[in-house]
Design a protein around this ligand. Structure first.
Ligand SMILES: Cc1ncc(COP(=O)(O)O)c(C=O)c1O
Length: 419
């Protein structure tokens, strides 16, 4: 076997790796025309006195409803605001606990604290999503909701999560920010729980720069989300407001971003056909390498194929593997690198570990009388252990068969020398 590039050998690959976002790479003439059309119409706000429901934002909501088969959709200005509205819609507030995975973007945890509830951390398993057993173990009489995060394009174990939630009368919010277009047993993610939340930020499968979407089958939850996303919006929007008034924010989506997003759902299946097929091929090949581990979920229906993650024996080997792969021309990183302050991992959520609010106090923890929820670096040891020995390579729909062969060759070369 050739010497490792990190030790002065010839790298497997000298061609630059295609590090591109997906949806934004596909922005083209159609999106340009849609955005220009908004400028020409001079209608940049969704509510105007005439043709209220002919806005771009309404059209985008209709696209999500028909794509997902849900009865209601609400366009918002980010994935974070979608989560906040979903929590408020689900009745989550002070005194409640919400179970979230210890591996997700920090916004999932922040959204819970922002609505005045206490985030409770649960482990992820080797699928990188909520460990259903730990979720069940963390349920208390205060648990009002769970946020099932479909992380890195992998769907959470929805059967087990929904069954436990049903048994304990817990609301299920799906965080689909990283898995738009994913499915679980043939059903589209976002349509399985009580509320589904999407992000349209640039790094997502399809994107408008910023933006979000909330979907649900419940009219009541939808009305609550609409009211919270726009404190006076019901005046313009509802035929009949069926819920009592409460104060709202302004999380409205602009017409320009809505127009930019229109039509992208249609493009998404073609993007995901490529990423899914590539990942299946890659996982099939890498399963032959005995020195790395892959979750059984990887490469299955539950995997969109937007990244490659595999496990090695320990943290030190993961660090060396990532460095060696990068030197071979395949940019790779350790998922939990204790030097990196990555905000996807609970140990770096400083506000949570310190139970700190924006005003120097401890809201909402100070309100949750008798709550025994505590956080420390040791709260989710299984998650840290797994992520510490996990190595990741970003994938996208521009990855070719030659690129897949290079990954395989580089992994085998590094495994031969280092693992
Ligand atoms: C899992 C997860 N949840 C929520 C969010 C928040 O989305 P946004 O950045 O659109 O607010 C993100 C994305 O950044 C995410 O990855």
């Amino acid at each position: 076997m050739e010497k490792l590039a990190i030790h002065g050998g010839t790298p497997v690959r000298t061609k630059p790796w295609v590090s591109k976002y997906m949806g934004s790479e596909e922005l083209g003439a159609e999106e340009k025309a849609r955005v220009l059309n908004v400028l020409e119409k001079k209608r940049i706000f969704r509510y105007l006195p005439d043709g209220l429901e002919t806005s771009e934002a309404s059209a985008l909501e209709e696209e999500y409803k028909s794509f997902l088969g849900t009865k209601y959709a609400l366009a918002v200005n980010s994935g974070t605001s979608a989560l906040i509205c979903a929590l408020v819609a689900a009745g989550v507030g002070p005194g409640h606990e919400v179970i979230i995975p210890a591996y997700t973007w920090v916004a999932t945890a922040a959204a819970v604290a922002i609505v005045g509830a206490v985030p409770v951390l649960a482990e992820v398993d080797s699928s990188l999503t909520l460990d259903p057993q730990d979720f069940a173990a963390k349920i208390t009489p205060r648990t009002k909701a769970v946020i099932a995060v479909h992380m890195r394009g992998i769907s959470a174990a929805m059967d087990e999560i929904l069954a436990a939630a049903r048994q304990h009368n817990i609301m299920v919010i799906e965080d689909v920010a990283q898995a738009n277009g994913g499915t679980y047993q043939g059903r589209l993610l976002g349509s399985l729980g009580h509320v589904g939340c999407f992000s349209l930020q640039q790094s997502k499968v399809i994107a408008a720069g910023e933006g979000g979407m909330l979907v649900t089958d419940s009219e009541e939850l939808w009305q609550r989300a609409v009211l919270y996303h726009d404190g006076a919006g019901y005046q313009f929007r509802f035929v009949e407001r069926k819920i009592p008034a409460f104060p709202g924010q302004n999380y409205r989506l602009t017409e320009l971003q809505a127009a930019l997003s229109l039509g992208q759902l249609e493009k998404m299946p073609a993007i995901l056909r490529v990423t899914r097929a590539n990942k299946r091929k890659l996982v099939e090949r890498l399963r032959r390498q005995p020195k790395i581990e892959l979750s059984p979920v990887f490469g299955s229906e539950r995997d969109l194929g937007v990244s490659l993650i595999f496990y090695v024996e320990n943290e030190a080997k993961a660090r060396q593997t990532a460095q060696a792969l990068t030197a071979e021309g395949i940019p790779a990183f350790q998922v939990y690198d204790n030097q990196a302050n990555d905000q996807h991992i609970y140990i770096n959520w400083e506000f949570l570990l310190n139970k700190r609010d924006p005003w120097g106090g401890h809201f909402p923890w100070s309100l949750a009388e008798g709550s025994t929820v505590e956080y420390s670096a040791d709260t989710c040891p299984q998650t840290l252990e797994l992520l510490g020995r996990a190595v990741q390579v970003h994938l996208n729909h521009l990855v070719t068969d030659e690129d897949l062969q290079d990954i395989e060759a580089a992994v085998n070369k590094v495994a031969y020398h280092l693992l």
